[in-house]
Design a protein around this ligand. Structure first.
Ligand code: SF4
Length: 759
């Protein structure tokens, strides 16, 4: 497909607008709260970042109507005046020449990526008429929203107003969901986002497959640096020698998939040697005797053949944790959908923290506090919805507490989950083709849809499959809801436009309100505009709005953060205690204590390697890989291959390979090999978010390998429906052979596997 197929410029009026380029006025009112910036003779406008979910406070420097620099806002508790590389590189998104510029209407077959530019009225009318037809014929349950990002709140509000409960965020079932359910079951509270981990004050930090330093969650990375400065002991469990591992006292290169065995062995050591926090457990925990009996067989010697970690190392690391407790933190991680037993594994992490007495304690988990913001919630009063389309039988994945994106996808395919099925999607800021496992299933669902509308900033793959495309203004050009997360101290921060919206993009609040008006639910959007909405919200929290606009973040008074300082221990479990033994799991027929099963882990077939994925500090997956500024640091991913394996295959450092998985699916593009001793021989590693096939992403297109293409298998967590995706294996195809042979998918034999590799 060539570019001219994608955008066919519409009428003369639009062509005229196009000629204006970025000079269109900000029709929706005043923007931002500029403060004179004597250093540059410009202004500074505070807001908060959207390059990842952490939402750090920023100060954008503006001169002659252009953002020249983005820095951290010292008044903001999350950034503390410092940003990660992505946050500082936000102008690369704002001025990305590939941005969606005007509304688009599909012409031709779905997925053919042929569109024409239309006016906003035409685009919004098309969305409204299609949604109205679906609601009239099938009811509001036939609509589903997939979303990612803070701006989604306007659209979740719209869907609730329309009566659809099908609000799915892939960040749940494809990322953090098992962790939140595991901690909820144990402590009666999820970990939160941002996580209430007291990394800065810990004396012993355990990271299990969690790549702080590559995962640039700003405050945590700053805290991690503080822990290193404070000489805290760091233990990293990872098949790969990550950046975090390079700072660790112990790197445990574990056999992939066996983390639960290690966690059980650590519990065994703490209890057998009576090194756990006995007073804490006696006061706060339920089910200790059952746990003690349960973990008795899980000795370090039992764990060794399963994990590859020697018994003396398991004992030594358990001793380190015990010596530091309660300032010992076994980090819960964030992207935890690995093997399908993920809720039980994260339950084991929670139980280990309980044995160390770290929940609610300095150097463990602090008790977060949140600002009360009662005015205008951007969500209607929540009505319990017993049945959502993703789970027509609520006894399946009974502890899922959010809608499962994969389930919503299946509920769209005729015969997938029964009736009624979902027929209309809105996709907000979520590139589903790179987010959900099994792209064939996602494509089958899309092809079965009556209607698909995307709201996005960039022409991601999902945009190419849409019937209508609505170009949203970037986070630097719009108002969004007030940010007031639970954190060390309660605070509120504001997102306000820093510069006028470029092109003919519009803010999400306006798009949702216009759709609400057209769909007969306009009375649910009583605010005049985004600013008026945020003003009411801020003032309801007792915050002066003018001050908030000027300062960006305003801290409020908060209570003690630790039990030892007077924070009241409250556990929202059935027993009112920390549930080592989970009554809820037992009631639902699941194992009430995490249990190891040898068949939980499958080793790679001969000549194949487990596909592991992660992040790079300068990118947030596919959301940033078209950012030309950030890509100066990291322009494509590499295939990490163990040096011995590379030698066996005769692969040279930098040589390009395609990957092909166990089901014969080959990556669309190739990537260079990184020959390294920093990874186990049975695994390869890729940074997620590369290998874009959307040609309108003119910078990112074809750079590197898209791991999601290769994730054709997933194992579903029976407790909450998370999709474990580290269950795929890949082999190598030399790019020189593939490209020379004409690059027909599936037509290329894998490199000859040597006898040595098979052995
Ligand atoms: S961690 Fe980085 S990308 Fe994420 S919000 Fe903060 S500055 Fe932005």
């Amino acid at each position: 497909m060539r570019r001219r197929d994608f955008i066919k410029v519409g009428g003369a009026g639009l062509a005229g607008a196009a000629a204006l380029g970025g000079a269109t006025g900000n029709w929706y009112g005043l923007y931002g709260s500029p403060i004179p910036d004597p250093a540059t003779d410009g202004t500074v406008v505070p807001s908060f970042c959207e390059l990842c979910f952490w939402k750090c406070g920023i100060r954008a420097h503006v001169k002659d109507g252009r953002v020249t620099k983005i820095q951290g806002n010292p008044a903001d508790p999350l950034s503390g005046g410092m940003l990660c590389p992505r946050g500082a590189g936000g102008t690369g998104l704002l001025y990305d020449p590939d941005r969606l510029k005007r509304p688009l209407l599909r012409k031709g077959a779905r997925g053919a990526q042929t569109f024409e530019e239309v006016s906003w009225d035409t685009a919004l009318d098309a969305v409204a008429s299609n949604f109205r037809r679906i609601i009239d014929q099938h009811g509001p349950h036939a609509l589903g929203l997939f979303s990612h990002g803070f701006g989604a709140s306007w659209f979740t509000h719209l869907f609730r107003a329309l009566g659809s409960p099908n609000l799915a965020a892939p960040s749940y079932a494809q990322c953090r969901g098992p962790r939140d359910v595991g901690f909820q079951l144990t402590f009666g509270s999820p970990v939160g986002s941002p996580e209430a981990t007291d990394v800065a004050n810990t004396r012993c930090l355990v990271l299990i497959g969690s790549h702080l330093g590559e995962n640039m969650h700003n405050t945590q990375v700053q805290d991690f640096a503080a822990a290193i400065r404070n000489d805290a002991d760091i233990i990293v469990v990872d098949p790969r020698f990550s950046v975090a591992a390079s700072k660790a006292r112990h790197w445990l290169p574990i056999r992939p998939g066996s983390d639960l065995a290690l966690l059980l062995a650590w519990m065994n050591v703490l209890i057998a040697a009576e090194k756990y926090d006995r007073a804490y457990i006696e006061q706060y925990a339920y089910g200790f005797e059952q746990l003690k009996a349960h973990v008795a067989p899980y000795t370090p010697e039992w764990a060794f053949p399963r994990t590859g970690i020697e018994p003396q190392v398991i004992r030594a690391t358990a001793e380190l944790m015990a010596g530091a407790r309660p300032a010992a933190l076994v980090h819960p991680g964030r992207h935890v959908t690995w093997y399908g037993n993920d809720t039980q594994r994260t339950r084991a992490i929670a139980i280990l923290n309980a044995l160390l007495g770290s929940w609610g304690r300095r150097g463990g988990f602090f008790m977060p506090a949140q600002a009360e913001v009662p005015g205008y919630t951007c969500s209607l009063p929540h009505v319990a919805e017993p049945v959502t389309a993703d789970r027509p039988d609520p006894s399946v994945y009974p502890l899922a507490d959010e809608v499962l994106a994969q389930g919503l996808c299946q509920a769209t395919i005729p015969g997938g989950l029964g009736t009624p099925r979902v027929r209309g999607w809105m996709v907000y800021g979520s590139n589903l083709l790179s987010t959900l496992p099994n792209q064939k299933e996602t494509q089958a669902a899309i092809q079965a849809l009556d209607f698909l509308v995307s709201v996005d900033v960039l022409p991601m793959e999902i945009v190419g499959w849409s019937d209508v495309v609505l170009p949203e203004a970037t986070y630097l050009e719009r108002w969004d809801d007030l940010n007031h997360p639970a954190w060390r101290t309660p605070f509120v921060s504001v997102r306000q436009p820093v510069v006028p919206a470029l092109y003919d993009s519009k803010p999400g609040w306006w798009i949702a309100k216009e759709l609400g008006n057209r769909l007969g639910v306009g009375d649910h959007f009583p605010w005049a505009d985004g600013e008026a909405y945020v003003k009411v919200r801020a003032e309801s929290a007792g915050v002066d709005f003018e001050r908030l606009k000027r300062e960006g973040s305003v801290a409020l008074a908060g209570g003690p953060r630790y039990f030892e300082d007077g924070a009241v221990p409250e556990f929202g479990t059935d027993s009112g205690k920390i549930e080592l033994y989970s009554q809820t799991l037992a009631q639902h027929g699941f194992e009430p204590l995490p249990t190891w099963h040898d068949d939980d882990v499958e080793d790679p077939p001969a000549g194949y390697y487990r596909l592991l994925t992660g992040r790079a500090p300068s990118h947030t997956f596919g959301r940033t890989t078209n950012n030309r500024l950030l890509s100066q640091v990291h322009a494509e991913n590499e295939v990490w291959v163990n040096a011995q394996v590379a030698q066996q295959w005769g692969l040279a450092h930098g040589e390009r390979v395609y990957l092909q998985n166990q089901d014969g699916v080959r990556s669309s593009f190739s990537a260079p090999v990184k020959v390294t001793s920093r990874i186990r021989p049975d695994a390869v590693f890729l940074v997620h978010g590369y290998g874009h096939r959307a040609r309108e992403l003119r910078f990112a297109h074809g750079r590197g390998i898209d791991d999601t293409e290769l994730i054709t298998r997933y194992r579903t967590d029976p407790i909450m429906g998370g999709t474990g995706m580290n269950v795929n294996f890949v082999t190598f195809l030399r790019a020189a052979d593939v490209d020379g042979a004409g690059a027909t998918p599936g037509a290329h034999a894998a490199l000859a596997v040597t006898a040595e590799v098979r052995a």
